[in-house]
Design a protein around this ligand. Sequence first.
Ligand code: NAP
Length: 310
Amino acid sequence: MLNILFSAKPAAWDEYQAPLNAAFAECGLHASLSRDHAPGDVDYIIFAPNGPVTDFTPYTKTKAVMGLWAGVETVVDNATLTQPLCRLVDESLTDGMIEWVTGHTLRHHLGMDLHITNQDGVWRDGIIPPVAANRPVTILGIGALGAACGQALHQLGFPVTGWSRSAKDIPNIRCLHGDEGLEEALKDAQIVILLLPQTPQTMNIINAETIARMARGGFVINPGRGPLIDDRALLEALDSGQLAHATLDVFRTEPLPPDHPFWAHPKVTVMPHIASTTRAETAARVIAENITRGQAGKPLHYLVDRGLAY
Ligand code: NAP
């Protein structure tokens, strides 16, 4: 019998308990899922950063920590975490992000706001958006989510450039990497989408210098993490017209404080970190399959590289 500890906020237990037990049974795992196993007896921890476990030291027998979130920035530098850590890659999470990214890209591409916010009797037929083929889109971060969004945007006709840390070759995406690659990726980009993890290397990657490389009047869409953006530089670029609009789902402080200038800025859309979320049924299957791999002695999927912090 495997002892699997569930460490997330209490509401998640109600959501996940049945799907996890069903997925364990489907995988043929004999597992006892609980929020109360004695630390020394735990084989695997299913973990969200807002749950009760913060010190992993007593979990001496634990083979791996299976994250419920795609982003690991709040746990990756926990010095007590010596067990392997897996982040979540889940088809529903990916599908949700594709929908959110394509929706917000099309909003800006088509200039929908002009008409949605101006139902005032004025016939504004002077601005015709270009076709997607003439709207270069750049995605910073072409991992599980960024690459999937890139494929969807390609299907819609956008020329897609992607940027990553390591060299990549992904069909339908012009792949660039490294410092020089970033310069090229941003050059003339009209819509920049951030799907990077939060690491020391990616902090403030959108700053005055990088924004200046984009096409004038461009758009920034950030479903990645708040600290990817230098907030002050973003506001200055919006005020100067270098950027036309920023759609932000994530912030340095969440919830975004009511007095933050983003709320009142006419060129900022604030979203409450809802771009995409983990869905219990699909996530449970991913976790059960990964535990099955671990039990069979196979390498775990989606292992976090602690040195790289993602
Ligand atoms: P992932 O598969 O790990 O992909 C991360 C991408 O970023 C990879 O392409 C990686 O490059 C690149 N990268 C990392 N560090 C870099 C650096 N220093 N320079 C250049 N590229 C770098 O992650 P994912 O599953 O796609 O998720 C991405 C992020 O989305 C998560 O970390 C999380 O913060 C965010 N997220 C947000 C929501 C939401 O609701 N807002 C939901 C889920 C996830 P390599 O390919 O070379 O490794």
